[in-house]
Design a protein around this ligand. Structure first.
Ligand SMILES: *Cc1c(COP(=O)(O)O)cnc(C)c1O
Length: 389
């Protein structure tokens, strides 16, 4: 369907992936199709469901446009579009796990993923086990005959541990398990999991693809082996997304390349600057040479997005709150990937393995599209307040 740009550079592909203006009278963008019912021309066609679209839950030209764009970006056989990033985690886990199965989940996982595993997967009879994000090929020792899924997220949520994804996929596949990856941080611009052996790549499209903090959406892209089972589960669960949200994300994709370039540059500039500050013990950003996962990042990733953390040199909750309360440009709020900068005091209370041994509170920054000098001045105020000055 996509006529243009398949072989072009990333920004060319982002500009043209997933729609064919000639299919819609030349309009540049695909229509936003609001639909439940789709009409059939006659009873025979209806009985055989022998036409491209049959019902709103099963896809529309709008969802197809985004799915095709994601297929191109991820190198996937198929993509489902679901109503949130969290649904993009839960739907594939439900698709591939059954009672009696064992799932290995990285300990630095996005917290709501852990909550889903510990509550619903456990209740359904799935054995849930967490592993060290730095395990690499050592995951082989944790595999059981019943291990069906290895769930990865790299870098890890909030603490940015880099996982050796190729080593993990090789070990998992050797023992008959599939590998899922939450690839939200890198976006398909900076990491293409399926090319590194991952079977299912997950995105909170809420973040950079949406880009404006005004929409919730998730995408799940599968390789050829896993596509049918993923798609069947999606249809069975009825977890379809609304057309306006799907359209918003497709719209966001068009500018994601230039936005990410800016997020990347600004975040790195601020991370480097923070590394030189006395009030800061450590900066957790995989593109910094000082980061323990830097070699893996450099080997596998082609860029870094705008989210990282730093560790205050000493102090606790009081200092962390003083830092946050002094900020005027950074907002205090969850989520990330939008145009505006955000800060959060990170809780590692859910960790069982990757607790780190940080000398002070961990603060996560989402670096938005504002001017770097203004952001630095804001952070400087925060650091001064945290130091009681
Ligand atoms: C935000 C996020 C999600 C969930 O996305 P929502 O759209 O907010 O549900 C999943 N994984 C990661 C890594 C995230 O940061």
């Amino acid at each position: 369907m996509a006529r243009n740009g398949k072989n072009g550079g990333i920004n060319t592909r982002l500009a043209h992936a997933g729609n064919d203006p000639r299919a819609y009278h030349g309009f540049v963008n695909p229509p936003v199709v609001h639909a439940s019912t789709v009409l059939f021309p006659d009873a025979g066609t209806m009985a055989a469901r022998k036409q491209k679209y049959t019902y709103g839950t099963r896809g529309t030209p709008t969802t197809d446009a985004l799915a095709e764009a994601m297929n191109e970006l991820e190198g996937a056989a198929g993509t489902i579009i679901v109503p949130s990033g969290l649904a993009a985690v839960t739907v594939p886990l439900l698709a591939f796990l059954s009672a009696g199965d064992h799932v290995l989940i990285v300990d630095s996982v996005y917290n709501p993923t852990r909550r889903f595993a510990d509550s619903m997967l456990a209740r359904l009879g799935v054995e849930v086990e967490y592993y060290d994000p730095l395990v690499g090929g050592g995951i082989a020792a944790l595999m059981k005959p019943s291990t069906r899924v290895v769930f990865t997220e790299s870098p890890g949520s909030n603490t940015f541990e880099m996982q050796d994804v190729p080593a993990i996929t090789a070990a998992a596949h050797a023992r008959g398990a599939i590998v899922m990856m939450d690839n939200t941080w890198a976006t398909p611009l900076f990491f293409r999991p399926l090319e590194h052996g991952v079977d299912i790549s997950i995105h909170a499209a809420t973040k950079y693809p949406g880009g404006h903090s005004d929409v919730l959406l998730g995408t799940v892209s599968a390789n050829a082996d896993c596509w049918k089972r993923l798609h069947d589960a999606f249809i069975t669960l009825g977890a379809c997304a609304g057309p306006d949200d799907v359209y918003q994300v497709l719209r966001g994709l068009r500018t994601m390349g230039v936005r990410l370039q800016r997020h990347q540059e600004s975040a790195l500039a601020i991370a480097r600057w923070l590394e030189g500050r006395d009030e800061v013990a450590q900066v957790l950003h995989p593109a910094l040479p000082s980061h323990p996962g830097h070699a893996i990042w450099k080997r596998d990733f082609s860029g870094a997005s705008g989210l990282f953390s730093f560790v205050l040199a000493g102090g606790g909750t009081r200092e962390a709150h003083a830092f946050l309360d002094a900020l005027r440009i950074f907002g205090l709020g969850y989520s990330w990937g939008g145009f505006e900068s955000l800060a959060v005091d990170v809780s590692l209370a859910d960790r069982t393995i990757a607790k780190g041994d940080y000398p002070g509170p961990v603060i996560r920054l989402q670096i938005g599209l504002e001017d770097v000098e203004d952001l630095k001045a804001d952070i400087e105020n925060g650091l001064r307040a945290a130091g009681g000055r």
